[in-house]
Design a protein around this ligand. Structure first.
Ligand code: SF4
Length: 383
C-alpha cells in the first residue's frame, strides 16, 4: 500500500491540509500537535515547511560565546550558571580579559561574537559600551550579538537613561543584534514561579519593540521542559508570531531544551528526544512568519540536532567556542565546547542535508578554504 500523506498524518489530516495550502495554524492546532502521539506526522509536516523555505540547506555560523560575568541578582530557579554558595564561583571579566579571549580564536575565521552574562549591579554603563567596542577593535568586521532584554534593562538602569537611549548608545559602540532570551516563556504563571525578579512579558516585548524601531535585528527563544504546560508553550509561540507580525524584526526562533542539572529544579527529568524534536517541529509549523528555526546542538546534543534537521530545523547554530551557561563547574576540566567547521559540515552531511556557512544575518559565505582532513566528530564536552 502506498505511503500517502493521508496515511502518514492520520487524524491530523485537517492540519496537514492547512500546512499544504500555506495557511496559518490556530492555537488549538498547536495544542493538538503537542498532544498527538504521532510524532512522525508532526515532523513530516514541519519538514514540508522547512523544505519549502530552504530545501535541504542547513545553516551554520562560526562564532564564539563570551559570558562576561556569572554574578547575578535575579536568582532564576532554572539557572545553573549564576554564582552561588556550593555552585559556580563568581567571576567578572575585565575588558582586557575579554580581549585576550577574542585573540585566542583570531585564526578561526569567526564571523560572530555572542555575549551574554548575569545581571551584575557592580558593572557600570561604560563597561557594556567597552565590552562591545573591544570586540570591534579586536576583530574588525565581526558581528556583535549581545545582551538579552534583561541585560538591556539593567544597562539602561545603570546609565539612568531610557531603553531607547541605551540601545542607541550600544549601537553606536558597535552592537549589531540582540540574541533573544531573557523571558524564557511568555507566561505570567511561570514568570512568578521561576524568574519573578526578571522583567515580565510586556517589558520584554517593549525591549523588542524598541530594538525593532532602531533597526536592531533580533532572535527569539523558548525555554521548555521545566514547569510549563503544553498550552503555555503554544501561547508563547502565538505571542511571538503576533510580535513578528507587528515588527518583522526576528531572524530566527530557537527552542531551548531545559537542563535541570545543578538548578533548583534538578528533580525534573531532562526533556526527552521526543520533546526536543516536537518543540522544533511545532515551532516550525506555528511560526509561519519566521524564516529560520534553529536546533542549538549544545542544548539538544549532536544526534538530536541531526534528527531535528528533518523535523523543521534549518539551522544548527555554530562552532561555539566557550559556552558556560548550561555547564557544571569543573565537570569537564575546561570550558571549551567546540565543533570546528569540518565537524559542523560532517554533522550536517551525515544526515543528507546541505551545509551552508552563513553570517549572522543569513548571508551565505563562500570560502576558498579547503576542508581539513580529520572530519570525524570529535568527542565533545556536551551533555
Ligand atoms: Fe541571572 Fe540570567 Fe541566570 Fe536568571 S538566567 S539567574 S538572569 S544569569
Amino acid at each position: 500500500m502506498a505511503l500517502t500523506p493521508e496515511r502518514i498524518v492520520g487524524d491530523l489530516i485537517d492540519i496537514y491540509q492547512k500546512v499544504d495550502q500555506g495557511q496559518r495554524l490556530s492555537y488549538e492546532d498547536g495544542v493538538r500537535l503537542f498532544q498527538s502521539p504521532n510524532l512522525t506526522a508532526v515532523g513530516y509536516m514541519a519538514n514540508i515547511v522547512r523544505e519549502r523555505l530552504h530545501g535541504a540547506k542547513t545553516y551554520f555560523v562560526r562564532n564564539q560565546h563570551i559570558n562576561y560575568t556569572n554574578i547575578c541578582n535575579k536568582f532564576c530557579k532554572f539557572c545553573s550558571f549564576y554564582a552561588k554558595k556550593g555552585g559556580p564561583a563568581p567571576y567578572q571579566m575585565s575588558i582586557d580579559e575579554v580581549k585576550t579571549r577574542l585573540e585566542w580564536h583570531r585564526d578561526a575565521n569567526l564571523t560572530e561574537i555572542h555575549m551574554v552574562g548575569g545581571i551584575n549591579p557592580r558593572l557600570p554603563y561604560q563597561y557594556y559600551m567597552d565590552l562591545v567596542s573591544v570586540v570591534k577593535q579586536t576583530l574588525p568586521g565581526v558581528h556583535v550579538k549581545a545582551f538579552t532584554a534583561v541585560e538591556i534593562v539593567e544597562i539602561a538602569r545603570q546609565g539612568k537613561v531610557s531603553i531607547d537611549q541605551a540601545l542607541a548608545d550600544l549601537i553606536e559602540a558597535g552592537l549589531d543584534s540582540l540574541p533573544g532570551g531573557g523571558i524564557e516563556i511568555l507566561s505570567d504563571r511561570v514568570h512568578a514561579q521561576l524568574f519573578g525578579k526578571k522583567l515580565n512579558g510586556e517589558e520584554w516585548k517593549n525591549v523588542a519593540r524598541a530594538a525593532s524601531k532602531l533597526g536592531l535585528k533580533q532572535y527569539a527563544t523558548m525555554l521548555y521542559g521545566h514547569i510549563e504546560t503544553i498550552e503555555e508553550r503554544v501561547d508563547h509561540l502565538v505571542q511571538l508570531r503576533d510580535l513578528q507580525d507587528e515588527t518583522q524584526n526576528f531572524l530566527t526562533m530557537t527552542p531551548l531544551s531545559f537542563h535541570p542539572e545543578a538548578t533548583e529544579l534538578e528533580d525534573i527529568p531532562k526533556p526527552t528526544a521526543d520533546t526536543d524534536l516536537r518543540n522544533i517541529a511545532v515551532s516550525r509549523l506555528m511560526l509561519d512568519n519566521f524564516e529560520h528555526i534553529k536546533s542549538f546542538w549544545i542544548m539538544n546534543t549532536v544526534p538530536v540536532t541531526q534528527m531535528a534537521l528533518w523535523y523543521g530545523a534549518d539551522d544548527a547554530d555554530g562552532t561555539v567556542h566557550e559556552y558556560e551557561i548550561t555547564y557544571k563547574e569543573g565537570e569537564f576540566g575546561n570550558k571549551s565546547q567546540v565543533l570546528n567547521r569540518e565537524n559542523m559540515i560532517k554533522m550536517i552531511e551525515e544526515v543528507h542535508r546541505i551545509p551552508v556557512e552563513r553570517d549572522s544575518l543569513y548571508n551565505e559565505i563562500v570560502r576558498d578554504e579547503p576542508l581539513k582532513k580529520e572530519r570525524q566528530l570529535v568527542p565533545l564536552n556536551v551533555h
